[in-house]
Design a protein around this ligand. Structure first.
Ligand SMILES: [Zn+2]
Length: 449
């Protein structure tokens, strides 16, 4: 209990000395903890590199899939062209067949006319036989002969007429038969062609459907590739941040080692002085009585405020974390526009200084497409690593690797990157920063605005 109190007290003294000696108190974390942190960051970097490699492989796969789909589309285009040519060919054949049908119809008209004329002829002949009176038949014609020679003539005539009539009837039948055959042949040809055309049209539709599907697939592959490329940019940013973070932690370890060495030297010096004092006191033991003296000192933080176009930096608070700038909280931590807001927005107009929220080491000071000018600082507070982030800065006044103390200016509030109007986007992470921002905490739980 007593020991703990002393440690707590000395920690307080060191915290106070920290800002005076420009040796940040942030390195109270044990060396082992920081070394562990370094290993964790190295592992995280390996993970990120794996992500980059996997995403690159994904992009390559998507590219080869895209090529395959493009080849398939080419083949489809060829098939469609061949199909279109076949349709043209079949349509031409159908037109030709239609012409054949038309000429056949004309032939049928001619043939019908001929048949009609023959019927007329047969009818006339029948009438001429009947002119002799009543129902004259061939037999009556023969019996009506007045002489044998006339009878012979009549027999021959009747035979000729009968034969001629039979020829006409035969011709009739033949004409009719060939006509029917021609007609059915042409009609079959036409129906075959129409079937083929229907098939080709069907194929055309199928090819069109396939083409549409392939085009949708190609668009989807394009989109996936774009996403993967976007991911890689994010991963590369994360990799750069982790690398810088590792460097910052390594520097924090060095500072901590120096601080421990200084502490040890101071302790030895104090012990030697105490021993000397004790020896001196022993010598004076014979003296009357000793008087003790107590001393107390208190220091208050002074703050000055002047309202100008130039806004003053926030006063350095006695808390662990300082407010990072003047202004009001325009957007809190948590859900916003369906996305989670991993920090708070502080808005103010004019030239507004932005300061480090606690002692620490600058991890990165760079320009990002989303954050704009952004400063990241690593803090080590009572054995816990924190990472603070200051985004959309108009300008930055620190650089990576620099040691900063609480309240020290890191830049000016601005409107750079993905920002609408001047404001500071401030993030606080309990632990290391990562792209998923899984360590983000609500800064308002750690500092008062
Ligand atoms: Zn924000």
């Amino acid at each position: 209990m007593h020991r703990n109190k002393i440690i707590a007290m000395s920690a307080t003294i060191i915290l106070g000395l920290g800002s005076l000696l420009a040796v940040p108190s942030a390195y109270a974390e044990s060396l082992q903890d920081m070394k562990d942190k370094k290993i964790t960051i190295q592992e995280k970097r390996t993970d990120v590199q794996t992500n980059i490699n996997e995403t690159e492989t994904k992009i390559k796969n998507l590219q080869s899939q895209q090529l395959t789909v493009e080849e398939q589309l080419d083949q489809l285009e060829k098939n469609m062209t061949a199909n279109a040519n076949k349709i043209i060919e079949k349509t031409a054949e159908i037109n030709k067949t239609n012409a054949e049908i038309e000429s056949l119809k004309a032939e049928i008209v001619v043939l019908k006319d001929r048949i009609a004329k023959r019927n007329e002829l047969l009818k006339e002949r029948a009438v001429s036989y009947q002119e002799g009176g009543g129902n004259l038949n061939y037999l009556e014609v023969l019996l009506g002969a007045s002489s044998f020679s006339e009878f012979i003539d009549r027999v021959s005539a009747v035979a000729t007429i009968v034969e001629a009539d039979q020829d006409i009837i035969k011709q009739h039948e033949q004409d009719k038969k060939s006509l029917e055959e021609a007609q059915s042949a042409v009609e079959k040809k036409k129906s075959d062609l129409e079937k083929m055309l229907a098939e080709l049209t069907n194929i055309k539709q199928q090819l069109q459907v396939q083409k549409n599907q392939q085009e949708v697939l190609l668009a989807e592959l394009h989109k996936q590739k774009e996403h993967a490329e976007h991911d890689i940019v994010g991963f590369e940013e994360e990799a750069a941040n982790l690398k810088a973070q590792e460097t910052a932690v390594a520097q924090a370890i060095q500072l901590e080692q120096k601080r421990l060495a200084d502490m040890e030297a101071a302790r030895k010096k104090a012990a030697a002085e105490k021993a000397a004092a004790a020896a001196a006191a022993k010598k004076k033991q014979a003296a009357i009585s000793s008087s003790g003296s107590g001393s107390g000192s208190s220091s208050g933080s002074s703050s000055s405020s002047s309202s100008n176009a130039a806004v003053s930096a926030p006063a350095v608070s006695s808390g662990t974390f300082n407010r990072p700038s003047a202004g009001y909280v325009s957007s809190g931590f948590g859900g916003r526009w369906g996305k989670s807001h991993n920090g708070i927005d502080i808005a103010a107009s004019g030239t507004v200084p932005v300061v480090a929220t606690a002692d620490g080491v600058v991890i990165r000071a760079y320009t990002s497409s989303s954050y704009g000018n952004v400063v990241m600082v690593s803090h080590s507070i009572n054995g816990q690593t924190f990472t603070s982030l200051y985004a959309h800065l108009n300008s930055m006044s620190v650089s990576a690797g620099q040691v900063v103390s609480k309240g020290q200016q890191v830049g000016y509030m601005g409107n750079t990157g993905h920002s609408y109007g001047q404001h500071l986007h401030f993030e606080l992470h309990k632990g290391a920063w990562n792209a998923a921002k899984s360590n983000a905490v609500n800064p308002l739980n750690y500092l008062s605005m």
